[in-house]
Structures are given as C-alpha cells and as structure tokens.
Ligand binder design. Sequence first.
Ligand code: NAD
Ligand code: IPM
Ligand code: MN
Length: 356
Amino acid sequence: MNGYRIALIPGDGIGVEVMQSAREVLGAVARTFDLRFDFTEFPWSCQHYVDTGRMMPEDGIGQLRSFDAILLGAVGYPTVPDHVSLWGLLIPIRREFQQYACVRPVKLLPGVQSPLALPKGTDIDYLVVRENNEGEYSTVGGRSYAGTPHEVVTQVSLFTRRGTERIIRYAFELARARGKQRVTSATKSNGIIHSMPFWDEVFADVAAGYPDIESEQMHVDALAAKFVLTPQCFGVVVGSNLFGDILTDLSAATVGSIGIGASANLNPEREFPSCFEPVHGSAPDIVGQGIANPLGQVWSAALMLEHLGEPEAARAVEDAMQRTLEAGIKTGDLGGSANTAEVTAALVRELSSVAR
Ligand code: NAD
Ligand code: IPM
Ligand code: MN
C-alpha cells in the first residue's frame, strides 16, 4: 500500500468548504485504490493572523518541508490586508519551496456549457504555464514622499535569466510530454521596454532547441482576446507571473467558471514539496452558504495525485468529475442547482463504484 503525508492548509472563506470536499474525495480514492493519506491540517489563515499576529509561525516553512505535498484551499479575507495575508503564507510557500512552475489546465469538460459562443463540438484543452517565483511579484521598490503631492511609488519587475529560461524550457518540455504541438509566449514587448524584450529573446533561444514544437509569441492583450475567440488553437501558453495570473481567471471562465480552475505549483526538481490549490480565492461573497463549487479544489487534488505518481487515481478523479457533470450535478456558477455537499457526495459515489 502506497502512503503519502499531505499537509492541508484550508485557509480562509470557501477554502475551508472546498477543502472538506477534497478530503472526502481523497478518502474515496484511498479506499478504491488502496492508498493511505496521512493528513496534517494547519490552521494558518487570516483568523490565525488575528489570533497570533502571524499568518503562519516563524518556522512554518520548516514544518511543511518534510511533507510529500501540500494541498491548499484559499488565503485572504477582508479582515487582513491582502498583501499581508498573501505575503505571509502563500507566496513564501511558492518561493521557499522553489515552486517556480505553476501549471493550470484549461479544459472544457463534457457536461459544462462554455459561456463563449463557439461552434458545437469545439475542443478547448490547453495548459497555462505561469512563472511563479519572480517577475512582477517582487519586493523591489518603495514609496517616497508619502502623503505629499510629490509621492512616488515604484514596483520593480524582476526577471532573471535563470528564472526566465527555466520556465520557458519547462513549457516546451511539457508540450513535448503531453503531445501538444504549439507553445505560445505571452509578451508585451511593445509596451514594456526592458523585461519583455528580454523575455522574447530567451523564448526565441529556448524555442530553437525544440524544432519539433511550433512556437509563437503574442502580445498578452491580443492573447486575452484569442482566449475568448479561438481557444481551440492553444496547446501550451507560457507567461510571466502576473500575465499568467490574469490569463488563468479568464481561461477558467471560458471553460465554465473560475470555480473549476485547478493549479499545481511545482518544484520540478522535487527537492521540496509542491503545492496544489484552486485558481479561485476565498470568495467572501458566498462563504457559509454551502454553494461553492468544489471542482477546482478536487481537480487540484487530482493534479497532486499525478505528481505523487498515482496517475490511475488521478484519472479516476477526473472521470468522476466528468460523470458528475454529465449527470447534471453541478453548482450554480456552472448553471446547476446542486450545493457543495451534493457535488461532493456524487464524486464519492462515482469513485466508490470504480471497478479495479
Ligand atoms: P475570488 O476567486 O475569491 O472570487 C471571485 C468571484 O468568483 C466571486 O464572485 C466568487 O463568489 C466567485 N467564486 C470563486 N470561487 C468560486 C467557487 N469555487 N464557486 C463558486 N463561485 C466562486 O477572488 P477575489 O474576490 O478577488 O478574492 C477574494 C480573496 O481571495 C482575496 O483576499 C484574494 O486575495 C484571495 N485570493 C486567494 C487565492 C489563493 O489563495 N490562491 C486566489 C485568489 C484570490
Ligand atoms: C492565484 C492568486 C494569487 C496570485 C494571489 C492571491 C496572490 O490570485 O493564485 O492566482 O496572484 O498568485
Ligand atoms: Mn489569481
């Protein structure tokens, strides 16, 4: 029996609600596939900050280091400023564990109606690879002459050759491994004069090493339009930290809802644990109603299973999602009338009936 030690950080808002679903789904996976998950739950959240003055203890990163993977719900709540909560928990996890490759699958699942007016049968199935450690998310910069009419604020985007090269190379390797024919680079070298021409240069250098894979670059504004107009044309899309962030709320919406988007924050070298979380946040506007879509969190758990070396279990979770959606059991954001618990129960039923 294979066993895994998983750190669970439900976090804030609906993070707690969808984490409960993922736990139940993983419980069903464990029974069906004869696996063992040892869960350790960490209460790190905005409430923890209010109680203790910190999002996680000083040695929080050290406490997570020995786990096989981290499953996270959502971090951030109006009680604590976002830059404090996120830079106190989620962003340090991504950075300290060198989770520089953020992979977000975009797939129109059977049973889901895309809000786009696409020809019937249009297949949307691509991956967004987001640089996850540097770029626009940088601590370099500051504020001068605060509160005066001369106030100046700078926010430096920081791109290193190592960081840029490795994420672009990761995108090409992933394209090759997944049989995708094309890598599209999200750029903005017409407006951003230092970092983006550099990004383009590195992209061209790396692409030259993959003659079997088509490569193209697109300004991120035009790319956003193509996500809506011709999403079937993409294979792997690679972008900087901020571009990847914005594009993936958009892409999740094109395949039904931001509530379905899943995310893997990977340390490809496996020197440190990787972290799996939905694309969405804590959704304070719907918290406590029991209506959050659990599929983004559940799909993220499937990505975790794949990373742990349990591809059969991962496929089973994705199949269970598909069958549940095809049966019309879905939450309101996807046009259904089921609640979180009903979707979860359907997933567990599907997984329990998998013949092995
Ligand atoms: P959000 O994703 O929480 O919500 C945006 C909209 O989508 C809301 O209307 C919400 O109700 C809806 N929504 C989101 N997830 C849903 C789900 N599973 N089912 C149904 N509807 C869903 O984004 P926001 O409002 O910008 O952020 C709220 C908080 O979450 C902020 O503090 C933000 O910083 C944080 N956040 C955290 C993460 C993370 O931890 N990974 C990601 C994004 C935002
Ligand atoms: C995401 C989120 C985070 C990000 C925020 C909460 C810092 O939006 O994971 O997409 O921007 O990376
Ligand atoms: Mn985001």
